[in-house]
Design a protein around this ligand. Sequence first.
Ligand SMILES: O=C(O)CCC(=O)C(=O)O
Length: 269
Amino acid sequence: MSMGTALAGAHRISGEDVDRYRSEGHLLVQGLAASYEVAHFAPAIAAATARHTEKAVPLAERDTYGKAFVQVMNLWRDDETVARFVLAERFASVAAQLLGVERVRVYHDQALFKEPGGGYTPWHQDAMYWPLDGHQCITMWMPLVDIVPSMGGLTFATGSHAEGALSDVTISDVSEAHFDALIAERGFALAEPRPMRAGDATFHSGWTVHKAGGNTTETMRAVMTVIYFADGLAVREPTNPSQENDLRTWLPGLRPGDLAVTSANPVVG
Ligand SMILES: O=C(O)CCC(=O)C(=O)O
């Protein structure tokens, strides 16, 4: 690795952008990584993703969730190059500024590759899955290739994060119908997807309602995400089976009330 690809140092966010994130629940940060930096890391992320998905079921045989993307989690623990990307100070510094905290920890990463012809990602709230305070959690979503909306860009329900938990339904056609009705009822404005360059990133709160369209192009929508939480959070009592599973998987050995501190959740930034 050369110093040019270290993703070191903080990336400063303007006060205006911090305010926008806090009122809207999502923020686009353009040029967070340069194209040569993405080019350095993307092959390792794609190769690690492929290693885990050699036996993927054909698209047509999957359910709505399975059609949405190839999803592989915590690649940073498998591959040193991916770890340098996921644990990068530059990315974590943005998460910390938006949450208004000194330090964040990694909850987990996930590669979300929406295949050509891949289906839509139904409306959902991420923090429904997490035994943590969703207001103190944030996801960075970064395309590794230039994307246009028809590849499956994210749509956000602006301001929905402020309402906290709005459903207990896992990502499915049921969550889609639930949030379609709720968005119409509460009148949230929708922030439609925009073209993004590889290395641009969006950040969204744990409670922001969001979805993605299908990928109607011939190009893989290669996206890497990192989920962070504010250092100092305590583990919450799980309120559904998804949170019980997440507690076992991503906060290994911890119980409700414990500080969310394990070697699988390093401080970054
Ligand atoms: O990439 C997608 O299609 C959905 C992403 C998402 O829901 C997330 O990163 O929280």
